[in-house]
Design a protein around this ligand. Structure first.
Ligand code: HEC
Length: 278
């Protein structure tokens, strides 16, 4: 194959995070490391995970490996040589080594796979609620044309989304781990959801006030309404109940906006989380 492919996945740490790839990983991706190495599998060179297991915590190991990467190496892991990397500074390779040493079996929050047919198992959970999957493709160039690179990123979310993890809101407040102080006409936006396999919606809500109607819209507040449900007074803002509604199928990935309605009223209800069920 005349090209190199790499898929990486990791969890989004906080919602305002803009950076897509760890800078050191980005540097390794644009170098040639992943031509010969992967995190878990042996390619030409040993898996980065094994390198981490062998040297982590050993005095002097980083310095020694840095020299091997820069000057080239053979005979440590086998007869196949690693060619020199004089294009990188000691400091750059040190950063790469520290990234490698942080890889831990079973505890990794960074996955990589190489090639076109690979299964990447990313244990997404309500805690690690958004996985960022990035695929890059680099060809080897030909003649005077240098390598060309393309890449794309998608974010996968867990089916259960905490209210406070909404991407945008108005007419309400984030109160610890829930949405509260909700006025008539308030809204909360959840971006980039894949609802193609979802047929119903569950919410965990409480109300010590007037309650309201929850409308779910596709795309924007004015977009098509995909579900509606009533939240009554549940006997207190700490008396949570579950409410369900079926949703009209949405074939494409997109945003969902919840609108809270009860004309002229405020303190309508509190929202703990929403879940999209198959
Ligand atoms: C041409 C294939 C190839 C490329 C490209 C390559 N490596 Fe290697 N790498 C190897 C091989 C083979 C070994 C084992 C060498 C040996 O046994 O001495 C190795 C060994 C290593 C080791 C272990 C060194 C030690 O002290 O035991 C590290 C760390 C490493 N590579 C990091 C990198 C990084 C970082 C890059 C990118 C800048 C990179 N490699 C690029 C093939 C490669």
């Amino acid at each position: 194959m005349d090209a190199r492919t790499l898929v990486t996945a990791r969890f989004q740490k906080d919602l305002n995070e803009k950076e897509i790839v760890h800078p050191v990983l980005g540097m390794m991706q644009s170098s040639d490391c992943f031509n010969c190495h992967a995190v878990q599998q042996k390619i030409v060179g040993p898996p980065f995970m094994e390198i981490a297991e062998r040297y982590r915590g050993q005095a002097g190991a980083v310095e020694q490996s840095v020299q091997r990467v820069i000057k080239g190496s053979t005979g440590i892991w086998g007869e196949v040589p690693m060619l020199p990397h004089t294009q990188h500074s000691v400091q750059q390779v040190e950063q790469m080594l520290r990234w490698i040493y942080e890889l831990k079996p079973g505890k990794t929050d960074q996955w990589t796979s190489r090639g076109l047919n690979e299964i990447l198992e990313v244990p997404i959970s309500p805690k690690n609620r958004i996985a960022i999957i990035e695929a890059t493709y680099t060809d080897f160039g030909r003649g005077p044309v240098a390598s060309l690179t393309g890449s794309t990123t998608i974010r996968l979310r867990h089916r259960t989304i905490e209210g406070e993890h909404c991407d945008e809101y108005s007419g309400l407040s984030i109160m610890g781990s829930k949405l509260g102080s909700i006025k008539h006409g308030a809204s909360a936006v959840f971006r980039n959801l894949n609802l193609s396999n979802s047929s119903s919606i569950t919410v965990r809500v409480a109300s010590g006030g007037p309650g309201c109607t929850l409308e779910f819209h596709s795309g924007s507040k004015e977009g098509k309404q995909i579900a509606e449900l009533e939240v009554p007074n549940t006997g207190g803002y700490d008396r949570f109940v579950f409410r369900h509604a079926s949703i009209a199928p949405i074939p494409e990935r997109g945003d969902v906006v919840i609108v809270f309605n009860n004309p002229g009223k405020g303190g309508l209800m509190d929202l703990d989380w929403i879940r999209f069920d198959p």
